[in-house]
Design a protein around this ligand. Structure first.
Ligand code: ATP
Ligand code: MG
Length: 511
């Protein structure tokens, strides 16, 4: 063992050589100091050149996002826990706005809003790092929404059709099947080329895993990205989640791909924004939300667009979700979101509890741009559906208490009950366009009126089982060309009639 002086004697000449080779230069580094920290926010003084959305680094390595600027200080959202940060801690600016990894490497992954894996896999291979806040495409870069995006749900595709590039709000009270509609729509994209991104904001982990499981089992997960900021994550990352997910989506839409972005849900996002803003002592406005809460979601949802051919013709369809309290659509956040989006799918708790699922209240749901994109085949069989159904609902309410019911009224009601039975659909059983068209054709042509109400579910099963075989060509034609010609129509009708007759004979055979 060498003694310490010997060691020093060997080391010193080398160290002095190295020091001699250096020319010391002054370096200016601005540092700030934390004034106040806690509950997901910090106020920092002394970094006068900080910009909005700049990523800042605390002495313990934690990151923050500058969101409000004052004369002498700025407020920031913390993107990790505030452990190890105290009043007086040093802070450095990075001069960079906050960015997330984007690229093909994210497909099939579950990540947090910073792009770090949550699925136990290796780090994400990023193609680039893009800012989370980006300007929405300009008017000249946009095109009209012209292609349908099929959800696989009869009630949606027939009466509130979605188009690629549209923004459709899914809104309803808690536990009314909002997430289920979005997940079903993603699962239904397994046979398309649409890339799906699901952002879970402020949900419990168990709820997230319940939503993600069907994507893995039933959907094409290799074309999905799941961005999770669960309720226990730092509030700053929950705040960031929808923007980060949108940036990840834009990478694909800007390359000409069609992307579906689900934001589940923006009510929780608005609440996180309110919480953080109040902690930064921004003045509260209506319902204690800060004044910029409209802008918060407006600038996000404006990024959804159908791009012009010059910009590659891709599309970013957004399905934001919002929760109402006791069906109140006039509360602050719901009205804001309704006015920002191109329509809403409203879920009604009463329908849900009566077992009519998906519990879409057709009279209060609209799609302001999707109608023009609806497949011609669907339009041909669903043109009077909404009216017929609305008429039925009114009559049903009227006759429930023994109002007058002549034969015609009775017929309308019986027909309406069959419409409702066709619209009912279990979770994770999306129907192909051709199957939906066949069912609605049977309804429109009065074939279903000959089937007893209890037999309608069985009839739906038979359609799925038999029609692809008995009129495969016609079904493929509808799926691929979205049209229903005279020939296919007759072929379908003949097959449907045979099914109805088979059903009517069934009890006799059994008996
Ligand atoms: N079409 C359906 N058929 C049968 N069950 C359904 C259907 N849609 C939803 N459900 C069930 O209803 C329950 C609530 O659905 P979901 O979680 O989608 O509602 P939510 O509105 O997103 O709830 P939350 O307010 O918790 O976010 C779930 O147990 C789900 O399985
Ligand atoms: Mg939900």
């Amino acid at each position: 063992m060498t003694s310490l002086p010997e060691e020093l004697a060997r080391w010193l000449p080398r160290a002095s050589e190295r020091v001699a080779g250096l020319t010391p230069e002054p370096r200016l580094e601005q540092v700030g100091r934390v004034r106040r920290v806690g509950d997901g926010v910090a106020v920092v003084a002394g970094l006068p050149e900080t910009r909005l959305d700049e990523l800042i680094v605390f002495a313990n390595g934690a990151h923050g996002l500058a969101v409000t600027l004052d004369d002498e200080s700025f407020g920031c959202f913390l993107l990790s826990s505030h452990e190890g940060i105290g009043a007086g801690s040093l802070v450095r600016g990075t001069g960079q706005v906050i960015r997330v990894p984007v690229g093909e490497g994210l497909l099939g992954r579950i990540v947090n809003p910073l792009g770090q894996p949550l699925d136990g896999g290796p780090p994400v291979e990023a193609d680039r790092y893009d800012p989370v806040e980006r300007p929405a495409p300009a008017i000249a870069d946009r095109d009209l929404v012209s292609q349908p995006l099929h959800s696989g749900l009869v009630v949606v595709d027939s009466m509130v059709p979605l188009g690629r590039g549209q923004r459709e709000l899914i809104i309803g009270d808690r536990k009314t099947g909002k997430t289920a509609i979005a997940i079903d729509t993603i699962v239904n994209q397994r046979d398309t080329d649409v890339i799906c991104i699901y952002a879970a904001i402020g949900q419990r982990e168990s709820a997230v895993s319940r939503s993600v499981a069907p994507l893995r089992e039933r959907g094409d997960f290799s074309r999905c990205i799941v961005v999770v900021a669960e309720a226990s994550a730092p509030a700053g990352t929950q705040w960031l989640a929808p923007y980060a997910a949108c940036t990840m989506a834009e990478y694909f839409s800007e390359r000409g791909r069609d992307v579906l972005l689900v934001l589940d849900d923006l009510t929780k996002h608005a609440n996180v924004h309110r919480q953080l803003s109040l902690l930064l002592r921004n003045p509260p406005g209506r319902e204690a939300y800060p004044g910029d809460v409209f802008y918060l979601h407006g600038r996000l949802l404006e990024r959804a667009a159908k791009l012009s051919p010059e910009r590659g013709g891709g599309s970013l369809t957004a399905l934001p979700i919002a929760e109402t309290q006791a069906g109140n659509l006039t509360a602050y956040i719901p009205t804001n979101l309704i006015s920002i989006t191109d329509g809403q799918i409203y879920l009604e708790p009463k329908l849900f509890y009566e077992g009519h699922k998906p519990a879409v209240d057709v009279s209060r749901s609209v799609s302001r741009v999707g109608g023009k994109t609806q497949a011609a085949a669907m339009r041909a069989v669903a043109d009077t559906l909404k009216l017929d159904y609305a008429q039925f609902l009114e009559l049903e309410a009227f006759t429930r208490f023994g109002g007058l019911s002549d034969e015609r009224t009775q017929r309308t009601i019986e027909h309406g009950r069959r419409i409702r039975a066709v619209l009912e659909q279990p979770q994770l059983q999306p129907l192909r366009l051709s199957e939906q068209v066949a069912l609605l054709l049977a309804l429109k042509e009065g074939l279903l009126d000959e089937v007893s109400l209890e037999d309608v579910p069985r009839f739906k099963e038979l359609v799925r089982e038999h029609l692809p075989r008995s009129c495969g060509r016609a079904m493929t034609h509808i799926d691929e060309r979205h049209e229903l010609g005279e020939g296919q129509r007759n072929q379908l009708l003949a097959a449907l009639r045979a099914l109805v007759e088979g059903l009517r004979d069934e009890p006799d055979e059994e008996g």
